[in-house]
Design a protein around this ligand. Structure first.
Ligand code: GDP
Ligand code: MN
Length: 381
């Protein structure tokens, strides 16, 4: 689960990491009001889940009321890499002399968390990582002990951070590691950690991604999840407890198990179609989950046809078939053609039960996907 910058900054700030004064705005008027309260200059920043907002025009500095109004007006509603900007963070602009990078993530290769620091922070850290990996200092942390203060100081020293701000930067890194652990985060990152003219460090950007499976331990963060969802469908998926990613094609895909769903996506693409989503309904495909899954794909206006790909394991094929029948029978009309492929335990019984007035049944994955792609193409014409 990804938090927005404004949410991550709230968490960082509560933990004692310095952040600029800021306020969230959802309209031009709110943005101007926030800018007037905070005092100029301000940075007006798009709150969407994409990196590189600065380069893409999603961040503007404003020196006065008129500029704040213009900035808010031009960024609100803007399309940033496929996401429409609906929220702005207005914050006190930082007068900086340097941009650092600090981050904590899991190094799967080492099987340990790793804390990273670079004095080449700013917008191009990915390039730095590729072209000049030595410019990023790394310290692996033994999770049983947590990050020792000397490790934070060493990372900062190795990265060549100016001594005037080294201790403050090390303290931010320690706090970031503690947060990463406490919040069950997968990534915690500050880029840039700005160095000001009077030698202070300020988190000018914030990334905090939480392991979705640990959200139940963090009700406060779970509450932020719906707010962080980019669109209605993602919010709905959160409510239903589905793993869901919206894509830009027109073939709706429902399956159980991430691997199976990915395979179905690949096949749709292989047969010349374009997937509208990734939707994993998980184990136990009872009627209610099937109904909810159909509600998801049917309410996506881009979806022209649907393919169900279910592998009966613990959940038997006949149970799934009953679920699909019940779900479809409860609808007044089926807005988009549905193709079903069942495999695994009791698949044959399941296929016999399926109500063929409501769904098209195919025996193999290839046939099911091809039929769904064809259904979608027919709608398109
Ligand atoms: P990202 O591009 O999505 O990572 O957004 P960031 O918040 O990291 O901002 C990108 C860049 O915009 C920074 O590296 C700065 O160069 C600039 N920027 C962001 N906030 C401020 C600010 O308060 N003052 C100034 N002068 N520049 C800023
Ligand atoms: Mn950034």
């Amino acid at each position: 689960m990804r938090l927005h910058e404004y949410q991550a900054k709230e968490v960082f700030s509560d933990a004692g990491i310095p952040t600029p004064d800021s306020a969230l705005a959802q309209s031009v008027d709110e943005a101007v009001e926030a800018a007037e309260d905070i005092g100029y200059p301000v940075a007006v920043k798009a709150q969407v889940h994409v990196g590189g907002r600065g380069k893409a025009g999603g961040i503007k500095l404003a020196e006065n009321r008129e500029e704040a109004e213009d900035a808010a007006d031009s960024i609100l509603g803007m399309d940033l890499k496929g996401y429409t900007v609906e929220k702005l963070l207005v914050e006190a602009a930082v007068d900086f002399t340097d941009e650092l990078y600090v981050g904590v993530t899991m190094d799967r290769g080492e099987g340990k968390p790793v804390a990273m620091v670079s004095s080449k922070g700013g917008v191009n850290i990915e390039e730095v990582a590729e072209e000049d990996p030595d410019a990023i200092a790394r310290e692996h942390v033994d999770p049983a002990f947590g990050m020792h203060p000397y490790q934070a100081r060493k990372a900062v020293y190795d990265a060549g951070v100016d001594r005037e701000v080294a201790l403050d930067a090390a303290s931010v890194l320690t706090t970031l590691y503690d947060l990463w652990e406490d919040k069950d985060a997968s990534d915690a990152e500050i880029n840039p950690l700005m160095v000001t003219a009077d030698d202070e460090v300020v988190a000018a950007d914030a990334v905090l991604n939480i392991d979705g499976d640990a959200l139940f331990r963090h009700p406060d963060l779970a509450e932020m999840e719906d707010e962080a969802a980019e669109d209605e469908l993602e919010a709905k998926a959160n409510d239903y407890g589905f793993d869901y990613v919206r894509l830009d094609g027109n073939v709706g895909i429902i399956g159980n198990g991430a691997g199976l769903v990915m395979t179905t996506l690949d096949l749709v693409d292989h047969y010349g179609g374009s997937p509208a989503n990734f939707l994993d309904i998980g184990g136990g495909a009872k009627a209610e989950r099937v109904t909810n899954a159909l509600d998801m794909v049917f309410s996506d206006e881009n979806v022209d046809s649907v393919v169900f790909n279910i592998f009966g394991g613990i959940t038997r094929g006949d149970e799934v078939a009953k679920g699909i029948n019940e779900a479809l029978e409860s609808l007044d009309e089926i807005p988009k053609p549905v193709v079903v492929r069942l495999a695994g335990t009791n698949a044959e019984e399941g296929m016999e039960i399926l109500n063929t007035d409501l769904v098209q049944v195919e025996a193999t994955l290839e046939d099911a996907v091809q039929r769904a792609v064809k259904n979608a193409q027919e709608v398109e014409q």
